[in-house]
Design a protein around this ligand. Sequence first.
Ligand SMILES: [Fe+2]
Length: 143
Amino acid sequence: MNTFAKVKQKARNILNDSRGSHDWEHTLRVYRLAEHIGKVEQANLEIVRLAALLHDIGRHHQDISNGKVCHAKKGAEMAREILKIRPDIRILLCTGHSDRMSAEIAQRMGIAGYLQKPVEIESMAQTVRAILDRPPSKETVAG
Ligand SMILES: [Fe+2]
């Protein structure tokens, strides 16, 4: 099984138990839209597809804890674990407001970049460019 298939299987297993608007079907809708945009924008589709699969993996934990678990923080932790099979991939965390997640916490977790929604497309592009232009370091590589 290749890397993509392994990540997709893990994401599906996690999200199959999710309820409401952030279940596996939601992830598939986001995946298809992200893939479409990625093709138009000539993005690296491997990265776009992996990001779409992993974008809500912490939601289930937030749901079952009745909000005690921050989905952004949990999702970042889970993404790091899953991406150990590809340690060269850097993680950009983009989330809404959270009292339990911040750029500083993300950095301590080894997350390469952090953006809080709403995000202007120009800011997103600049952040992604900065992450890609930065040489890999222990702080920016998952693992
Ligand atoms: Fe989502």
